[in-house]
Design a protein around this ligand. Structure first.
Ligand code: PMP
Length: 302
């Protein structure tokens, strides 16, 4: 039986239930996070990745939705560690905190309701392929913008947009979608940030291009700069994707995932790129606590 954090306690899964009347279920007004913890065979330890950064983002997101919960960021980090220990996990996992308005009331609004948090874990290996490279399409769906449903938020309702684009990609025989923003520039994948490589330089859309402020994106920028690459944050036009030497997605779930084809055009030589693989290899060592310089990205679960 798996244990879940629910209504202030760690309980067996069958006790973590909400009513069909729960307000956020109807209006998508829930904020969530996606966090990973990795198992390292050598040290025989679980390593929590960017726990603080994820909970800090959750709190910033909650602020926008006018949500308050009883737990502090430190409480949530401790609860997450406890969940991993109590569930006796020794494998790579995904952790899903979800904050929702628990009132059993009709009406979409952000005042007069009370918020609660639940957290559960589940085993997650590679969420999308990281070895052979994936195929992507440019979606016909437009990314949301800040005055609609802010892409900065991991708000449940915004993921209808992700579901549309991801489904379009799957039905077109591809693996992932690349979504353009209202100005026609590349924003991100359905649930990943994106980088392109041109002439040895990494380029990624700025946060003002309607992207999630990705935690992995920041880590990749750090790794790339430490490896001596120039990183530019600027608009990316659609056809720059086609002529890029390399393209990759990144995210907590996606990790670092090379893209080898976009809209039926080969990217580079149609194989995962050299710089992508170099960054990927550093990333995978960092997330398992193997790189001293990045040791503050991870926390041992013990
Ligand atoms: N963009 C979107 C829309 C996402 O859902 C995610 C996954 N959280 C990302 C980017 C990557 O963000 P992070 O690196 O913080 O997981």
């Amino acid at each position: 039986m798996e244990y879940i954090y629910f209504e202030g306690k760690i309980v067996p899964e069958d006790q973590a239930k909400i009513s069909v009347k729960t307000n956020s279920l109807h209006y998508g007004t829930a904020i969530f996070e996606g966090i990973r913890a990795y198992y390292d065979k050598e040290s025989d330890k679980m390593w929590g990745l960017f726990f603080r950064e994820h909970y800090e983002r959750l709190f910033k997101n909650m602020k926008v939705l006018n949500m308050e919960i009883e737990e502090s960021i430190d409480d949530l980090i401790d609860i997450t560690k406890e969940l991993i220990l109590i569930n006796n996990i020794k494998s790579d996992i995904y952790i899903r905190p979800l904050v929702y308005f628990s009132d059993l009331k009709i009406r979409p609004k952000l005042v007069g309701y009370s918020a609660k948090i639940t957290i559960y874990t589940y085993p997650l290996g590679d969420y999308i392929d990281i070895n052979n490279g994936i195929k992507a399409i440019v979606s016909s769906w437009t990314r949301l913008n800040d005055n609609m449903i802010p892409p900065r938020l991991k708000v449940a309702g915004a993921y209808v947009n992700s579901a549309f684009s991801k489904t379009e990609a799957i039905l077109a025989g591809a693996d992932e979608a690349i979504v353009l923003n209202k100005n026609g520039y590349v924003s991100e994948g359905s649930a990943e940030n994106i980088f392109i490589v041109r002439d040895g330089k990494l380029i990624t859309p700025p946060v003002s291009d309607d992207i999630l402020e990705g935690i992995t994106r920041n880590a990749i920028i750090t790794i790339a700069k430490d490896l001596g690459y120039e990183v530019e944050e600027r608009h990316i036009a659609r056809t720059e994707l086609y002529v890029a030497d390399e393209v990759f997605f990144c995210g907590t779930g996606a990790q670092v995932s090379p893209v080898v084809e976009i809209d039926h055009r080969k990217i580079g030589d149609g194989k995962p790129g050299k710089i992508t693989k170099e960054i990927q290899s550093v990333y995978f060592d960092a997330v398992r606590g193997k790189i001293e310089k990045y040791s503050d990205w991870v926390v041992p679960i013990e």
